[in-house]
Write a protein that binds this ligand. Sequence first.
Ligand code: PCA
Length: 200
Amino acid sequence: MSQARQKLLITGFDPFGGRSINPSWLAVQALPDQIGSFDLVKLQIPTIYGIAAQTVLHEAKMLSPSVILCIGQAAGRRSITPEFVGINLRHSSIADNRDFCPKDSPILPAGPTAYFTTLPVRSMTAAMSAKKIPSAVSYSAGTFVCNDVLYTLLHHYAGTDTKVGFIHVPLLPEQANTDEPSLPLHLICDGLRTAIEAIT
Ligand code: PCA
């Protein structure tokens, strides 16, 4: 008997912080349209506080996906890192793509401090490690736009059947400075595919 198909909305960001590419969107674009029981819908979102999350919510309202998985670039990381938690904080040393640079302000003034992801990050990481793809669970998505998206989506879908998660990926070799760690695009794509296969 064939498995019921489910929709998975997957997003990547546009370039930010003076870089000319963002591996998150390049990797999302390079993924197949079907992975396991999921039909993927791919969406590029802007690296702008508030607008990024609203763009995902707008698409998700029309699509009603079972899973929303957002991907972002994390300079300095060596591994593919599913995020465990989103926190209610905006704080940045660099401007977003609308020149906004918040300092210690809440995302939602009356919202809870944090939400845990509703995706199985342990199985996702274990599946990647089993294939020797560098991966680790992360306990901080930062306080920039990626965390903003993760927190806002987890708040919106809290208590519903829609699962929400975020994966940070390293820089690509072609964009990294000599002292920055990186991972080739094909490994990032293998990792994301493997992580999605581990979502049940
Ligand atoms: N990474 C940033 C925002 C966009 C992206 O790809 C972050 O880690 O917040």
